[in-house]
Design a protein around this ligand. Sequence first.
Ligand code: PLP
Length: 340
Amino acid sequence: MRVDLRSDTVTLPTPAMRRAMAEAELGDDVYGEDPTVNRLQERVAAMLGHEAALFTPSGTMANEIAVKVWTQPGDAILVDSESHILHYELAAPAVIAGVQVETYPIAEGRFEFADIAARIRIADDHTPGTRLVCIENTHNRCGGTILPPQQMLALRELAQQHRLRLHLDGARLWNASVALGAPLTAWTQHVDSVMVAFSKGLCCPVGSVLAGSREFIREAHRVRKLLGGGMRQAGVLAAACLVALDTMIDRLAEDHARARRLAEAIASLPGFSVNLHTVQTNMVYVQTERPAQAVERALAEQGVLCIALDPHRLRLVTHKDIDDASLAYAIEAFARIRYA
Ligand SMILES: Cc1ncc(COP(=O)(O)O)c(C=O)c1O
């Protein structure tokens, strides 16, 4: 048996998505003429409570477009110390936008406003000015944790007070929304731009959407082109995303329930511990007594795939292609390897 818990990005499109992709109505999206892309962009903009939206090939590109649109070379941006933008986007803010990336601390997906406020810089003859604050929800490296929507208003006020833009990396915002039973707008109404991803728990083969004001999206369209992200008959991809909006969001609750079961089972095994408080959506971070890479290899030998993120930390992610049988198999594999 093969149980792939490395990421929700490994999910395969559903038969309904494949059918919709085959039948999609198409046009040249670089000219804004693909009706399926246009439908997706309009629908997502409305769901997120923003004026307009732009389909992008990846979440990374959408994040980096936002950084570039909101800044000038030589500005500073603030991201949290565990953020995807900092860890996994190849220093793109420096390379593409020419900005200095500074960090504020985060623990279990939560930050202190004072920590952000203390790091905001006012531009002068020596200092780059802070222009943008980025937040992430759910938070990947913090364990799929949820940023409480109650924090959004105060964050918005802080940003307004210092004339900063707010960008939300919402690659897994759907998961936060389903887990709390809160609308996406509980977070998105307070930010200037937001990215949501379709290629993770929603199982689409490709695609993210960036949303914001009409003016922001006009500029984002130019930057997408600059980065080589203009796609032509992209409706074949957007068609899958439209199916995902209808069929794949509510079911994320199943992934969350399985992640909790997995976390509780592993936490009860000697040699492993799990901070159950951080298991809020579809991710489980396991602390390992043995080096995580050795555990990763031992699990892989039994067909269970996960990722050793740190010397003693493994990441496991539940998703549509993990059913109860695969979950039980993965738990058995964990129970076995400590005797290997
Ligand atoms: C929180 C977060 N942001 C952004 C991304 C980037 O998305 P993509 O892989 O589509 O570039 C990821 C990818 O896993 C992610 O987890």
